[in-house]
Design a protein around this ligand. Sequence first.
Ligand SMILES: Nc1ncnc2c1ncn2[C@@H]1O[C@H](COP(=O)(O)OP(=O)(O)OP(=O)(O)O)[C@@H](O)[C@H]1O
Ligand code: SF4
Ligand SMILES: [Mg+2]
Length: 327
Amino acid sequence: MSSALIQLRELRCHFQSGQGLLAAVDGVNLDIEAGEVLGLVGESGSGKSTLGRIIAGLQPRSAGELIIAGKAMPQHYNRRQFKTMSTQVQMVFQDSYASLNPRMTILASLQEPLWSQGVAATTARAKAAYWLERVGLPQSAGERYPHELSGGQRQRIGIARAFIAEPRLVICDEPVSALDVSVQAQIINLLQELQSEHNTAMLFIAHDLAVVRFLASRTAVMYLGEIVELGETAALFEGPRHPYTTRLLASHLDGKLHQRNTTAVVPIKSQAHKTPLATDSGCRFAPRCPLAEAACSSNPPWLRETRLATEAACHRLADIEIAKLRQ
Ligand SMILES: Nc1ncnc2c1ncn2[C@@H]1O[C@H](COP(=O)(O)OP(=O)(O)OP(=O)(O)O)[C@@H](O)[C@H]1O
Ligand code: SF4
Ligand SMILES: [Mg+2]
């Protein structure tokens, strides 16, 4: 039996849509170990935020199990259960402004997670003062309101708020993509320092693959609600096995080249997204996959071990591995 901090078993989240039941998350099995940084990547709409929100208790799941520190979580939380869960899991959002109460001072916002846990007022105040400094802000910032801070300063507060109650897992959903490029690296470094100082597990959701490669020891690749590849970051980036991962990494690289030199490779255009429906059969990547064969559209692939420290969900894994050996 797994002893992982977070265990997801056949986790599903379906939404009603005009076309039928949209499968935002569809049968995800995933463990997050205590203290590890797990990267989560995939195109827009692949279900990354929905998965993060389910783990943080902000989105009810439709089916499957969510186990946190050995405890099976209910599908819907009451207030008391949510309070208990939020001592274990916290989230850092892309939009730091929306995650702070505009009518609360920064010092009050920092103390809020502690108040809700019943921490004494003097202790909460002292901790908030410590965390202001720890994330690189002067004490005077505590008296300000969110709109009086820059985006980078607000995200520092969002991070302090996530770490202040010493959760076991912090979920970061695109924490730097709304910030100026000049402050992104500082925020990434801060997250990395805090994660290792406190040995907090981290689920790091990002479009920027270079940042995921830098931070995460393992990476999961999502495509239309499913995890299609999972494993050690170095192995996954150096030897992607799933055709979607290969394409994602190639288009990222092409994009970077394109940014540096406009005469270089043009980024691969992604085709229009198919909406993932709960009734889909077969591999969801089949309409875009250069290796698709007849069986791919009727039978769903499942995660299987590759020759590297990864798993990939592809019927043609054996052919892909042989081709890689010949390269
Ligand atoms: N509350 C909701 N109601 C209906 N559909 C939703 C809801 N939340 C998410 N979805 C749909 O679920 C799918 C997954 O969305 P999600 O936001 O999790 O993707 P994502 O991978 O985080 O994308 P991005 O990279 O753009 O942030 C999308 O098709 C989205 O439109
Ligand atoms: S299962 Fe088939 S369609 Fe899906 S990724 Fe593999 S080869 Fe491509
Ligand atoms: Mg998202």
